[in-house]
Design a protein around this ligand. Structure first.
Ligand SMILES: [Zn+2]
Length: 89
């Protein structure tokens, strides 16, 4: 299976906002997937027929992207939050 990379057009969001009209729509570059194949230095849309096969990989990439954006993916129990681990004297 080819490498999968973040779509450079929409940066993984899967949609694109027209800077002139403000209209948002599916990214043309990746068909709204947010990711594309990377084959010999060229990016290529992931065909719909491959979605099932790449779903797990896309999920992992998406989780990594969300972490970059600051989402942890799950809520922390209050006692696990860093701020509550500080010593309070
Ligand atoms: Zn895209």
């Amino acid at each position: 299976m080819p490498d999968i990379v973040r779509c450079h057009s929409c940066d993984g969001y899967g949609w694109y906002e027209d800077p002139f009209t403000g209209e948002a729509g599916d990214c043309d570059w990746c068909d709204g997937v947010g990711y594309v194949y990377w084959i010999d230095g060229i990016d290529k849309k992931i065909p719909k027929a491959d979605y099932g096969a790449v779903a797990d990989k896309l999920e992992k990439l998406e989780q990594a992207r969300m972490r970059e954006l600051g989402y942890t993916g799950d809520a922390k129990h209050p006692k696990d939050q860093a701020i509550r681990k500080q010593d309070v004297d």
